[in-house]
Design a protein around this ligand. Structure first.
Ligand code: SF4
Length: 143
């Protein structure tokens, strides 16, 4: 039988299945600038101050929307037009009918495969408590 992320549409997944789709890359926690004409997203190496620098997970996940009002809670509805998420994000890929990458923990069976494949932001970011002008922090290594 195919794995659940192939068989079950996003809107019918259990909470546990839904949460397991996140690979922990933390790219979505990077501050970004958007060209409002082209919708092109420009990533910075500035990360939300609530990101746990060791786990790559939000340190206050339950209260993230209250702490950071522009933190978007991912739901099937907010994935209607997921252009603002990184290309590799499992939620975006499934919403766009694409497969998970081979380094995704659900596929590889190993959470460390995200870092080995170069997709974790840990170790190459500064927090928004430390950073200044976002335009001085633009990067080109997020895919
Ligand atoms: S970009 Fe997607 S896979 Fe990566 S941390 Fe954010 S929600 Fe999880």
């Amino acid at each position: 039988m195919p794995p659940f992320w192939i068989r079950i549409p996003l809107e019918r997944m259990t909470r546990e299945q839904w949460e397991s789709l996140c690979d922990g890359c933390a790219k979505c926690c990077l501050h970004k600038l958007e060209d409002t004409d082209t919708r092109e997203i420009h990533y910075t190496n500035v990360i939300c101050r609530y990101l746990d620098p060791y786990s790559g997970r939000c340190s206050d996940y339950a209260n993230r929307s209250r702490r950071v009002p522009n933190c978007i809670t991912l739901t099937p509805k907010t994935l209607d037009d997921p252009y603002w998420l990184p290309e590799t994000c499992a939620y975006r890929r499934l919403a766009e009918g694409r497969p998970l990458p081979e380094w995704h923990p659900l596929v590889s069976g190993d959470p460390g495969s995200v870092t080995r494949a170069g997709h974790s932001v840990l170790g190459r970011v500064v927090t928004d408590a430390e950073a200044d002008d976002l335009e001085l922090h633009l990067i080109d290594w997020v895919r």
